[in-house]
Design a protein around this ligand. Structure first.
Ligand code: SF4
Length: 494
């Protein structure tokens, strides 16, 4: 998972992009990059680590121009190299590109490029997309590219690039520097755009627009490309459309609560998930003394849950805000040690109490076991666990690093091969078996049907219901599975 920003303005943009990237830091802490275009050159800087450590006044001051792209990247095993940091630059015809997403046919793209003697310099999957686009553009015309050429090259790129991507590029079009933002036909990964005076900005999440005083104008539309130039009205071109399928997991777990996606705040969505979870839990007939969120993601859901069941919502965990998010760390060992670093408990909130702890999701199940060990050590009378998402039954192939099928904890409590939505009976059985295994008094998930009304009908919830909006052939699945198992030799998703 990654985050990007693109900006065009009549003044310099590097300092503002670097500030905006800090609002997207939760989307990736491994590396970051920022390149600009001043009409002649494409200077840039990429580095490992957090935005505040990589970009100082001198670096930002060395990046002139009113066009720029910034990017933050999430960590994966063995990929702590600057070569994989975005944005990427292609000399011919002179184009910068960054994306958030995951290309599922990376190997085929790499082979296709090799057949044309084009060698990749990184393991980042935006690089083959950029190479394909640049090649297609150069085939149409060697210089003085028009908007028509760019749209035609994008169509040809969409035809060979498979997966989920929200992307931005900067290049010269119709004789003018231009920023072009585009999103895959299904709009699986998020993207928004906004304006301020003569300037325009695109970003993975709206919080970046807020921080820089840009007014959000809407989402980047799936399958469309928008051309931006300062002081001119943006121009939208159709590239290729399909049934929109935005990722629900963004709102459940990944995005900041103050972000607005598809016209709604992530916060509102999490409140509603909490209410629905409370109603589901109430049917079980237990009583509790307090609701405690696992910080930070589950706070809104816990607040709404507590209101619904008329019990206090209390802070029981104190988070060390300087440690990384465990979900997006690489291997098992680093995940566990990150958790030990990350949370401490307030004993008085648990000791002798009947507590209901709310978390956002259970993926591998290791984090929740460690959490429960910590909770039981505080002497609670009973512990209930409630999750504001359905059980994760399937891996994600579209840019969320969600382990392999075999590692998914929920699968241990289901018959082999069960990938679709669970019936109410199946969900109840899974909850009972899993609660017993975890040693909690009850375990409650949302059902897939609970997502209706919170998210649009057209959505990707494949990790919960197995309905992948973009078919992944078994060969590609096997190759991704093997790559993940072998220490992630697969391309690094943006
Ligand atoms: S499979 Fe899950 S995490 Fe992946 S894009 Fe779909 S909803 Fe999001």
């Amino acid at each position: 998972m990654c985050g990007f920003i693109g900006m065009v303005d009549s003044g310099l943009v590097a300092a503002r992009i670097s500030t905006g990237l800090q609002t997207l830091q939760h989307r990736g802490q491994d590396s970051c990059g920022l390149f600009t275009f001043d009409g002649a050159r494409f200077p840039g800087h990429r580095g490992l680590g957090l935005v505040r450590d990589v970009f100082d006044e001198d670096v930002v001051g060395s990046l002139p121009g009113g066009f720029g792209i910034g990017h933050v990247r999430y960590p994966t095993i063995g990929r702590g190299v600057v070569a994989d940091a975005q944005p990427f630059f292609e000399r011919r015809p002179g184009v910068l590109m960054a994306h958030n997403g995951n290309l599922t046919n990376y190997e085929r793209l790499r082979e296709r490029l090799m057949e044309r003697s084009i060698h990749l310099l990184s393991s980042c999957d935006v690089e083959p997309m950029l190479c394909v686009f640049a090649e297609e553009l150069m085939q149409r015309r060697r210089r003085n590219h028009t908007s028509h050429d760019v749209v035609a090259a994008l169509r040809a790129t969409y035809a060979v690039v498979e997966g989920a991507y929200s992307a931005v590029m900067v290049l010269e079009v119709d004789g003018e520097p231009t920023m072009v933002a585009f999103r895959d036909p299904r709009g699986i990964r998020p993207g928004v755009w906004g304006r301020r005076g003569d300037g325009f900005m695109v970003a993975s999440e709206s919080v970046a627009l807020d921080a820089l005083g840009f007014q959000q104008m809407g989402d980047l539309e799936p399958g469309k490309a928008i051309f931006f130039r300062p002081g001119q009205e943006p121009v939208v071109h159709d590239v290729e459309t399909a049934r929109p399928s935005p990722c629900v997991f963004e709102s459940i777990y990944f995005s900041r609560p103050d972000s607005v996606e598809m016209g709604e705040t992530v916060y509102e969505r999490r409140l509603e998930l909490g209410r629905r979870l409370a109603r589901r839990w109430q049917r079980k007939g237990y009583d509790i003394d307090r609701v405690i969120p696992v910080p930070d993601t589950s706070r809104p859901a816990a607040t709404a849950f507590a209101e619904e069941v008329r019990k206090p919502c209390r802070e029981g965990f104190i988070k060390n805000r300087y440690s990384g998010r465990t979900f997006i760390m690489g291997d098992q060992e680093s995940r566990e040690s990150a958790l030990r670093l990350k949370l401490n408990l307030i004993r008085s909130e648990f000791d002798g109490q009947r507590v209901l702890v709310i978390d956002d999701s259970i993926v591998r199940g290791t984090t929740v076991r460690r959490l429960l060990d910590l909770i039981w050590a505080q002497g609670p009378k009973s512990v209930h666990l409630a999750i504001h998402a359905p059980p994760v039954l399937n891996p994600c192939f579209y840019g969320i690093d969600m382990s392999t099928e075999e590692e998914l904890a929920a699968r241990r409590y289901l018959a082999d091969g069960h990938r679709g939505s669970l019936s109410d009976e199946e969900l109840a059985e899974l909850e009972e078996l899993w609660a017993k295994d975890l040693g909690v008094d009850s375990l409650t998930f949302l059902s897939v049907a609970d997502l209706d009304g919170v998210f649009p009908k057209n959505r990707c919830a494949a990790c919960f219901d197995g309905d992948y909006p973009l078919a992944i052939p078994e060969g590609q699945r096997a190759s991704i599975r093997q790559d993940r198992t072998c220490g992630r030799l697969q391309p690094v998703a943006g």
